[in-house]
Design a protein around this ligand. Structure first.
Ligand SMILES: [Fe+2]
Ligand SMILES: [Fe+2]
Length: 476
């Protein structure tokens, strides 16, 4: 494999210098990206020295270098995981054939749409988090936010490279559009709903990195199976970076929970109002935030039954996560899948659909199982503290906007109830205006090394074996 070349204007391991046209096109896009970063990236921290990791290799071991960097000087680049020699297509109608190094003409528009949709989410999340740095609960957290932000910026580079390298003029235009759409913009919003939700407080940020970045993980895992090898390799390396984003979410929610438990213990009761008076976030509020972000992230997987999903699977464009190790049948020509569906009369019916058409649901279910892992850990913590509370994932029918459950009045436990009962109880199930105001009110910046805001416990350890009280961000 080619090592990462940092002497280039655009660090890369794809031998960019050998393709002058592509190099020039990307060097033309680069200042537009930097303008976007300055305008839409973390506000007011351009001069801060941030302890960031930068990719220096693509092996799982020791792939990153850590050091203080000013974010605008971060070396965004193009890093693909090493090619697997003689890699074969792992699923669908072309199973067993050699993978593609170029996009076949007949699948060009499908690939382009997938790459653009994935690419659009990356800068969107940076935009959503534009102001969060002002209210970070600690320098440790501030650094993690910025790490996630610069890496989402790099993920945009990953997709823009594919667009430039493989989609000609259309690809270049799409790359420009990726900088022109903005999260929450009335005229030119980001493509997917969740990525237009503002993230104005850190509990939302932790939920976003836990649930929404995890959707990203699953999309990347299924694209890492793609027959189009450059896409597969790009996504494989992105997954290496992505793991930290979900770590930030899982430990973030875990620390909020831990702090609530400490306060409950001090008070000797679990009254949410009393917990709030101590400047912590009560567990029922945490639950409402989970309900909101989980349900909103579930929609990102698309409809349960989808001819589009069937064709991207059949054509080898998008596989299932861990296709080789998790499944026996990689073709699914005659396989079926049983789905529980609403019967239109307030009840349920079972429907058997071709497996290929149910691929979105297969992916969503794998995602839900992965989401459960954090809940188990948080609940263990609650149990150990002796508190009588359990955090739960709501049913995948709850508050859906896409697919067979869209706009149906289902409670968090999945029961279909009357519209009236649903409307009445919804404010108890997702964060109310008062919850949001309370949480926002807690958001005050803490900028002393090692100190934490009142609503969050310190992390168990620091970054890269440094102590928790290391000055992860030097504000000048
Ligand atoms: Fe990403
Ligand atoms: Fe991410």
């Amino acid at each position: 494999m080619a090592g990462i070349d940092y002497s280039e204007k655009i660090p890369n391991n794809v031998n960019l210098a050998n393709d002058r046209t592509l190099q020039r096109a990307l060097e033309h896009w680069q200042p537009h990206f930097l303008d976007w970063w300055r305008e839409m990236g973390p506000k007011d921290f351009a001069n801060a020295d941030v302890y960031l990791r930068t990719a220096v290799g693509v092996d799982a071991e020791g792939w990153a270098h850590y050091g203080a960097v000013k974010m605008p000087d971060y070396r965004w680049g193009i890093f693909l995981a090493d090619a697997i020699p003689d890699r074969r297509i792992g699923f669908g109608d072309f199973y067993g054939q050699p993978v593609w190094q170029q996009v076949p003409g007949e699948y060009r528009s499908q690939f382009r749409r997938l790459i653009v949709t994935q690419g659009d989410t990356e800068p969107a999340s940076v935009e959503q988090q534009h102001l969060l740095g002002h209210t970070s609960p600690s320098l440790y957290d501030l650094r993690n936010l910025f790490q996630v932000n610069v890496e989402e910026g790099r993920h945009l580079w990953a997709m823009v490279y594919l667009l430039h390298a493989h989609f000609g003029r259309d690809g270049r235009e799409e790359a420009e559009e990726l900088l022109a759409r903005h999260s929450g913009d009335r005229d030119k919003p980001r493509i997917l709903g969740t990525f237009n939700e503002p993230i104005e407080d850190w509990l939302s940020f932790f939920c976003f990195t836990y649930f929404t970045d995890r959707d990203g993980k699953f999309q990347l895992k299924s694209l890492a199976e793609s027959s189009f090898d450059p896409l597969a390799r790009t996504c494989r390396f992105m997954l290496t970076e992505e793991a930290h984003h979900m770590f930030v979410g899982e430990t973030g929610i875990g620390r909020v929970t831990k702090r609530a438990l400490e306060v409950m213990k001090e008070l000797g009761n679990d009254d949410p109002a009393a917990v709030r008076r101590q400047g912590a976030i009560d567990l029922p509020t945490v639950q409402r935030y989970l309900n909101f972000w989980f349900s909103s992230s579930l929609d990102l997987f698309g409809s349960e039954v989808s001819s589009n999903a069937a064709s991207t699977f059949a054509n080898g464009i998008k596989g299932r996560p861990d296709e080789t190790t998790q499944y026996q049948d990689h073709v699914c020509a005659d396989a079926t899948c049983d789905l529980e569906e609403p019967d239109g009369k307030g009840g349920l019916k079972r429907e058997s659909v071709p497996m290929r058409n149910a691929m979105n649901e297969v992916l969503r279910n794998a995602y839900i199982r992965d989401c459960e892992i954090g809940l188990k850990r948080w609940n263990m913590q609650i149990k150990r503290a002796g508190a009588d509370f359990e955090l739960k994932l709501p049913s995948s029918r709850f508050r859906r906007s896409i697919g067979i459950w869209a706009n149906l009045p289902a409670s968090p436990d999945g029961t279909l109830i009357s519209r009236e009962a649903y409307e009445r109880q919804l404010p108890d199930w997702i964060p109310s205006a008062a919850d949001k105001a309370f949480v926002k009110g807690l958001m005050q910046r803490v900028a002393t090394p090692g100190k934490m805001a009142s609503w969050i416990a310190p992390p168990d350890r620091g970054i890269n074996n440094l102590p928790v009280d290391y000055e992860y961000v030097h504000l000048s």
